[in-house]
Write a protein that binds this ligand. Structure first.
Ligand code: FES
Length: 153
């Protein structure tokens, strides 16, 4: 190989290496910056203005002295059947720091595991740190369906 051909080969190799380094650095930067940007600017989530929902379970699916969480728009709801057989529904987020509540069959109460908050079967905060009652929703059985509504008034 003559002197000119050797230099041309070196220049081509250098350009190729520069291109490889440039695209590698670009890809690395993108792989780091994209998740950071997604974290800092989260996608817009539409707040649901749904005020009524038909639950995906039938009334017979909720035994006495039991409860279940359901999705009400973008938030959790709690449907329960009291030991006396009444169906009730509440906001499923604790009024203390927004943990999701659950039904405790052993004490027949709505309970928040985060800080041991207790609500009675009317949604009243009766023990622990919750400062307010749970919002109660209206529940109507329509045939084999349960329709839950928020009071929008
Ligand atoms: S978040 Fe429920 S008791 Fe604290």
């Amino acid at each position: 190989m003559n002197e000119g051909g050797w230099r041309e080969t070196v220049v081509v190799r250098r350009r190729f290496l520069n291109w490889m380094l440039g695209t590698g650095a670009g890809a690395l930067s993108a792989s780091i910056l994209y998740p950071v940007a997604r974290f800092l600017v989260p996608p817009e989530v539409e707040e649901s203005d749904e005020s009524q929902i038909t639950l995906p379970m039938a009334p017979r699916d909720i035994a006495r002295n039991s409860g279940q969480i359901f999705r009400f728009g973008s938030k959790p709801g709690m449907i329960l059947r009291t030991p006396s057989g009444e169906l009730k529904a509440f906001d499923g987020m604790c009024t203390h720091l927004d943990c999701i509540v659950q039904y405790r069959e052993d004490i027949s109460r709505i309970w928040c595991a985060c800080h041991n908050g207790h609500y009675d079967l009317n949604g009243a905060a009766v023990q622990g740190p919750p400062p307010r009652p749970l919002e109660e929703y209206s529940v109507v059985e329509v045939g084999d369906k349960i329709v839950v509504s928020k009071d929008t008034g």
